[in-house]
Write a new protein. Structure first.
Ligand code: HEM
Length: 344
């Protein structure tokens, strides 16, 4: 089944990338193409064949999602109806270096692929942030280049970063929001959010803007000191001992809430719906047939969930497809996180 998911992923990735291309969010007549991004990741992080161009360091997980049924008020998608679905996922750290040392400063990612018996799928790639730093593909690209490490200092060039923030006040404002939410101890106690807005569509055809979050039901084990894989090691130890759980909370937007700009938070008093529980029980080193070979394209959506016009979504779909195609055609090297080497 996992191999099947990978194969379907390849097909859908190409398909959706083509749609984005046709829409010219990025394309030959626009300044940015998917190849510009792929080249940009290479300029900033170097070439690491076989690995994702971003979120290169990661570990594969498996589990299930038990729906509460509450989400079916807003969406006819199978994931929100009664029952459960199998889930394949991947925890990751942002950045294109697959051998980076774990740091609290790197955004933590969670990609999830839900598979239903009728063959439909839902994929989502989320972060442990309250908002996204950019509201446009150009902003993401400019920030990527500004964050390139200067070899002499091991840090980004402060002048380049300052010029970037002056040109992108939306990122400066988003960074201020992000600073108010210090990262938690580890992966297990992180809230992972869609940040971009989607629409849920119910049987009556009503479209409701939502953002979703997976909210942890456990504390995290402390990260072992002195290990370059401290955050991953703690996650692996914890999941081996006990299933890890997150509650899927749907936050319902109201008229006037921003739906096209992921740098802007929604008011904190918005209605939330507890749509069910994610339970992760398995953790494996990235390898053929597991989450390594899935493209967590945010536009792989089942009937009942639709994208908003946030320009990040179509750009991501096109760039993830290009990253997926590049990495699946390259030789493979062992991932930094080797699950079997983590002590009990
Ligand atoms: C224009 C904006 C963005 C660009 C260009 C971009 C680029 C990328 C690329 C190239 C990958 C690797 C894809 C692969 O090889 O499978 C990736 C992975 C990822 N991205 Fe983005 N990204 C963007 C925005 C976002 C946003 C808004 C989020 C979350 C809210 C996000 C979360 C993630 C996560 C969690 C992964 C890892 C998924 C996995 O494990 O495969 N990204 N991104």
């Amino acid at each position: 089944m996992l191999l099947g998911l990978g194969a379907v992923g390849a097909f859908l990735a190409v398909d959706f990338g083509a749609v984005a291309y046709a829409n010219k969010w990025i394309g030959p007549q626009a300044e940015l193409t998917r190849q510009t991004f792929i080249d940009g990741f290479r300029r900033v992080y170097g070439l690491h064949p076989g690995f994702r161009r971003n979120h290169a360091k990661g570990v594969a997980v498996t589990g299930r999602f038990d729906s509460s049924g509450n989400g079916s008020e807003l969406s006819r998608a199978a994931v929100f109806g009664p029952g459960h679905s199998s889930v394949t996922g991947r925890f990751s750290l942002s950045g294109g270096d697959p051998f980076m040392a774990d740091t609290a400063a790197a955004a933590r990612g969670l990609g999830l692929a839900f598979a239903f018996p009728d063959g439909t799928q839902w994929r989502t790639a989320m972060l442990n942030l309250p908002v996204f730093p950019d509201n446009s593909p150009q902003g993401f690209y400019d920030r990527l280049l500004a964050s390139k490490t200067v070899p002499a200092t091991g840090k980004p060039d402060p002048a380049a970063m300052s010029a970037f923030l002056t040109a992108h006040p939306e990122t400066a404002a988003a960074m201020a929001v992000i600073k108010q939410h210090a990262p938690t101890r580890g992966f297990a106690d992180s809230t992972f959010s869609s940040l971009t807005t989607f629409y849920l569509v119910n049987d009556a055809g009503r479209h409701t803007p939502v953002r979703w979050s997976f909210v942890p039901l456990q504390a995290a084990l402390p990260a072992p000191p002195g290990s370059d894989n401290a955050l991953f090691d703690a996650l692996i130890r914890q999941i081996r001992g006990v299933p890890l759980q997150w509650r899927l909370m749907l936050t319902v937007g109201e008229p006037g809430d921003p739906v096209l700009d992921a740098t802007l938070p929604w008011p904190s008093d918005r209605r939330t719906i507890d749509a069910g529980t994610l339970t992760l029980t398995g953790v494996k080193t990235e390898r053929r047939g597991n989450a390594r070979d899935i493209n967590f394209d945010p536009l792989v959506l089942p009937d009942g969930i639709e994208p908003s016009d946030d320009p990040l979504l179509s750009a991501r779909s096109a760039v993830y497809a290009a990253s997926y195609r590049a990495r699946t055609g390259e030789p493979k090297f062992p991932s930094a996180v080797q699950v079997d080497e983590v002590a009990q």
